[in-house]
Design a protein around this ligand. Structure first.
Ligand code: SF4
Ligand code: SF4
Length: 335
């Protein structure tokens, strides 16, 4: 059984954490929110965590990887600009997979995913605090700590391999034959056919670079080519890879502004259930399981039904992979 601490106050949660157990170079995993999203974790909360780490003489950096799709966080320059516009101006930021999302560190995980392709910069850190906005997710069912590190710390190629079992394809209606993708494809997999770019799936490695460099959004991610179950299990496998590189990792889940979809949607979403509070644990399975249980209870199981995906499947797979305990003791710090 693992301990999970609950409070409505971030300060009480931070008082419970023994920061002396962290290493000297602390990564703080954050999701900065796509431009247009307003329900990402408040920078005020993140600053409190950052200040606490710094006050103990450690270095701390806000870390994230670039996203798969075309948006305000597709490359590092735009990503950091978005983070700053969203108020994350108080700490250094490192986007771990490089300017175009192709810098990679591989970890053998031998699950549904054989290898976890992670942002290369992760290796610089000796400990991590994972700050997660708990909400729904269109593919994984819910977005908790697993989704935050398993999907979030994958580089672009890793994100593509989690989401899809097939290669990207080009929409000829949007393609202007500018050849930018051809110039960036290291696998010689793209050519111009009948005046439009075309990907040869036999040659394509799935690096996803063409998605990042096409300025016309003509390269499509084959969303939906992986089943929800595959996505969930690959996210857990990737999380295993992350925790092998940084075993000294702790988790804080914010059950606040709980929305149906994740913070990658560049729109204003209304919370679907009232706020619950903040959880802290050293156990990734226990924190996500307790988060699910609390939001299900608070919503009379309404949350359980959103996105029509079995959310406990991810917990059960993670438990079977020995990533933590499904049983937990909830300790209410407000009592
Ligand atoms: S970068 Fe985009 S628009 Fe240019 S050739 Fe490739 S797919 Fe077509
Ligand atoms: S995904 Fe990578 S290998 Fe495949 S076509 Fe695009 S750039 Fe080339």
């Amino acid at each position: 059984m693992s301990d999970v601490y609950f409070s409505k106050e971030i300060d009480r949660i931070l008082d419970k954490i023994d920061f002396s157990k962290l290493g000297k170079k602390v990564a703080i995993k954050v999701h900065f929110g796509e431009k247009g999203c307003v329900t990402y974790i408040s920078p005020e909360f993140v600053k409190k965590v950052y200040d606490k780490v710094i006050s103990t003489g450690r270095s701390a950096t806000l870390v994230e990887c670039n996203v798969l799709y075309k948006g305000s966080r597709t490359n590092t320059t735009d990503h950091i600009k978005t983070a700053k516009e969203h108020g994350f101006t108080f700490a250094p930021i490192e986007i771990l997979d490089g300017e175009l999302g192709d810098e990679e560190t591989d970890v053998k995980v031998d699950g549904i995913a054989k290898i976890a392709k992670l942002g290369a910069g992760i290796k610089k850190y000796d400990s991590m605090i994972v700050l997660t906005h708990f909400k729904g997710h269109i593919d994984a069912g819910y977005g908790g700590a697993f989704k935050n590190i398993g999907m979030g710390l994958a580089n672009r190629s890793g994100k593509l391999s989690i989401h899809a079992n097939t290669k990207p394809f080009i929409n000829p209606k949007k393609c202007t034959a500018c050849k930018n993708c051809i110039n960036h494809c290291n696998f010689n997999a793209i050519s111009i056919v009948d005046g439009k770019a075309k990907i040869d799936p036999q040659k394509c490695s799935g690096c996803a670079m063409c998605i990042a460099v096409c300025n016309n959004s003509a390269v499509n991610v084959p969303w939906g080519s992986s089943s929800h179950e595959e996505v969930q299990k690959k996210v857990v496998d990737y999380s295993k890879g992350v925790l092998e590189i940084i075993p000294n990792t702790i988790f804080i889940n914010f059950l606040i502004n709980i929305t149906k979809d994740c913070d990658c949607f560049g729109i204003i979403q209304k919370p679907i259930i009232p706020d619950v509070g903040i959880l802290y644990s050293k156990d990734i399975v226990a924190i996500d399981k307790s988060s699910l249980d609390l939001v299900n209870k608070k919503s009379n199981n309404k949350f359980d039904k959103i996105n029509n995906i079995d959310k406990n499947r991810m917990i059960d797979y993670a438990f079977s992979r020995k990533l933590g305990n499904r049983d937990y003791k909830l300790i209410d710090l407000d009592r």
